[in-house]
Design a protein around this ligand. Structure first.
Ligand code: SIN
Length: 520
C-alpha cells in the first residue's frame, strides 16, 4: 500500500518471490517522496562519516531516537544509495563527483540532491521505472484501500476501490503499509492531498498499535502568501546561506540557537512562530527568507523548481524577501514496527513515514526520510520473505453501498476542513492542555459527522480519507495530552521543559484511546 520510496523499494526486493501488487491512490508519482526537495542524507565516506551521521541523527531526535534503528539507518544507507544509483537514479555531480549540501543540524554537507531541488522526484522516477521493468510487480493506480481483511487476528488481504467505482478483494500473504504520512490532518501542510494517513488508520483499525503520534514535524519554511498553497521552500536554501528575518528586518535566530538558521528544524519552526506572533492574540507578523546577499551560487540553476514556483508570484530568490511560515511536514510517529517492519499484527508490515521504528525520535534530522524509506522498505520486504506466511482465501468484497449525495459530499468536505483547521489551531506547534482538549471536542464532533455520513453510503475514497484523518487526529491529540513535557517537535506551553525521568520513552497508542509510555 503506497508507491513512495519505501513501497517501491520493498516491491523490488519482493519481485521474483511471488506476485506483488503496488496499490496507490493516484498515479505512482503522487507521493510525499515525489515532493521531497532538499535531498537524501547519507554517509558515503566510511566508518567515521557514518558515526557522525549517527551522532547528528541522535542529537536532532532530542533524546528519543531508538539508537538501534538509527544505527541500521546510517550503516545500511550507503549500500542502499549505491544500489539506487546502479538502478538509474542520477544525483547532481560536478566533474564526476557527487555534490553535497548541508541542512539544519547536520555537522557537515552530506546531502545528495538531484536536478537541484527535485531529489524526491528523481528517486521516485528511477525506482518506479526499475520496478515497472519487473514482471512480478503489478500496479493498481488510482485505487484506494478501503479496509484490511483480518482473520484470527492476522491480516490476510485488503479491499480495494478503483476510480471507476469497482470493488475487489485481494488475498495476500502479507500487506505492507508504506502509504506515507498524514500532513492533511492540518490545514497548513507541505504534503500533497493524498497524504491523509489511510495506511496508519487502517493498521490501527486492524489492531496494530501506533507510536509517537504526538511528534509531528513542522517544516519551518513554507511559502506564506494569501491564496497560495504552502509550497515547501527547502531547508537547502538555508544550507546555501539564506537568512531568516523578522518584520523589523532583523536576523533573529541568534536569540534561539547557536546554529542560527541551521538549528534543528523544531527550534527554527518555533522561532518563526514566535517572531510571527503579534502583540495581540490573532495578530501575525511576516517572517522572510533572505538570499539577496548570497554570492557565488546561481540560485536559479541550483533551485530550479523553487524558482519556477516563485516566478508565478513575481518573486525571485536573488532579488526578493520571501515570506515564510511553518507548515505540517512529516510524521515521526506511525505504525509501531520492529527493525524489520513487523507491526504488532501478523501479516501486517509497515515502512517509511507510515511506520514508527523510533529512528527519528522526537524530531527527524533533515533529509533522513528518503534514506529511511530505502533502508526500512528493503528490510520489511526481507522480513516478509523470511516469515514465509501463506495466503488464506480472503473471500468476497463487501456488497456495494450507496453513494453520498452532492449535499452530503459538501458536508463531508466541510467536516474535513473543520478538523484540519481545529488541528492547526489546537494541536499545532505550541500546545497546552486546554487547547488540546478543545481539539478533542472538534475531533469528536467531526468523527461523529463522518460516522453518520458513512452509515448511509459505501466506502468511497473521500470517506476512507475522512475516517483516517479522524483516527490520526485522535491519536495525535491523545498522545499530545499524555506527554506532559516538551521535547523535539512536541512543545507544551504548560510544560515547557524536557522531563527525561518520566518521558524519555516512546508513547504507544491503541485504538481504544489508551496511551502508555515504553522504553525501547
Ligand atoms: C527540505 O528540502 O527542506 C525537506 C527535506 C526534508 O524534509 O528532510
Amino acid at each position: 500500500m503506497g508507491a513512495g520510496v519505501a513501497g517501491l523499494r520493498a516491491a523490488v526486493e519482493l519481485a521474483g518471490h511471488g506476485q506483488v501488487l503496488v496499490v496507490t491512490k493516484e498515479a505512482v508519482a503522487e507521493s510525499n517522496t515525489h515532493y521531497a526537495q532538499g535531498g537524501i542524507a547519507v554517509a558515503m565516506e566510511g566508518d567515521k562519516d557514518i558515526a557522525l551521521h549517527l551522532k547528528d541523527t541522535l542529537s536532532a531526535g532530542d533524546g528519543l531516537v531508538y539508537q538501534k534503528a538509527a544505527e541500521v539507518l546510517v550503516a545500511e544507507g550507503p549500500q542502499r544509495v549505491h544500489e539506487l544509483m546502479e538502478w538509474g537514479a542520477r544525483f547532481d555531480r560536478e566533474e564526476g563527483r557527487l555534490l553535497r549540501t548541508r541542512e539544519g543540524a547536520h555537522s557537515l554537507p552530506r546531502i545528495l540532491h538531484a536536478n537541484g531541488d527535485a531529489t524526491g522526484a528523481e528517486i521516485s522516477r528511477s525506482l518506479a521505472a526499475f520496478a515497472r521493468a519487473h514482471r512480478g510487480i503489478a500496479f493498481a493506480e488510482w485505487t484506494t484501500v478501503t479496509a484490511l481483511v483480518t482473520e484470527g487476528g492476522g491480516v490476510i488481504g485488503a479491499d480495494l476501490l478503483d476510480r471507476e467505482g469497482r470493488r475487489s478483494r485481494v488475498s495476500a500473504r502479507a500487506v505492507l503499509v508504506a502509504a506515507g504520512g498524514a500532513g492533511q490532518v492540518y490545514s497548513d501542510t507541505t504534503n500533497p492531498e493524498v497524504a491523509t494517513g489511510d495506511g496508519i488508520a487502517l493498521a490501527a483499525q486492524a489492531g496494530a498499535v501506533l507510536a509517537d503520534m504526538e511528534f509531528y514535524q513542522f517544516h519551518p519554511t513554507a511559502l506564506s502568501l494569501a491564496g497560495a498553497p504552502r509550497f515547501l521552500l527547502s531547508e537547502a536554501l538555508r544550507g546555501e546561506g539564506a537568512y531568516l528575518r523578522n518584520d523589523r528586518g532583523e536576523r533573529f535566530m541568534e536569540r534561539y540557537h547557536p546554529l542560527l538558521e541551521l538549528a534543528p528544524r523544531d527550534v527554527v519552526a518555533r522561532a518563526i512562530t514566535r517572531e510571527g506572533m503579534g502583540a495581540h492574540p490573532g495578530e501575525s507578523r511576516v517572517v522572510h527568507l533572505d538570499m539577496r546577499h548570497v554570492k557565488g551560487v546561481d540560485l536559479r540553476q541550483r533551485f530550479p523548481g523553487i524558482s519556477a514556483v516563485l516566478d508565478r508570484y513575481g518573486l525571485a530568490l536573488d532579488r526578493d524577501l520571501i515570506p515564510v511560515r511553518p507548515a505540517a511536514h512529516y510524521l515521526m510517529g506511525g505504525v509501531r514496527t520492529d527493525l524489520d517492519g513487523r507491526t504488532t499484527v501478523r501479516g501486517l508490515y509497515a515502512a517509511g513515514e507510515a511506520a514508527c521504528t523510533g529512528v527519528h525520535g522526537a524530531n527527524r534530522l533533515a533529509s533522513n526520510s528518503l534514506l529511511e524509506g530505502l533502508v526500512f522498505g528493503a528490510r520489511a520486504a526481507k522480513a516478509i520473505l523470511a516469515d514465509g506466511l501463506s495466503a488464506a482465501a480472503a473471500g468476497q468484497a463487501p456488497a456495494v453501498g450507496g453513494a453520498l449525495s452532492a449535499s452530503e459530499e459538501q458536508r463531508l468536505e466541510a467536516t474535513i476542513q473543520r478538523l484540519q483547521q481545529g488541528m492547526w489551531t489546537f494541536a499545532g506547534l505550541l500546545r497546552e492542555e486546554a487547547t488540546l482538549q478543545e481539539g478533542q471536542c472538534v475531533q469528536a464532533e467531526c468523527a461523529a459527522q463522518v460516522v453518520e455520513l458513512r452509515s448511509h453510503a459505501g466506502a468511497s475514497r473521500r470517506l476512507v480519507e475522512a475516517e483516517a484523518l479522524c483516527v490520526v487526529a485522535r491519536s495525535i491529540l491523545e498522545a499530545a495530552l499524555a506527554r506532559t513535557e516538551s521535547r523535539g517537535a512536541h512543545f507544551r506551553n504548560d510544560f515547557p521543559e524536557r522531563d527525561d525521568a518520566r518521558f524519555r520513552k516512546h508513547s504507544v497508542w491503541t485504538s481504544d484511546g489508551r496511551v502508555t509510555f515504553e522504553s525501547w
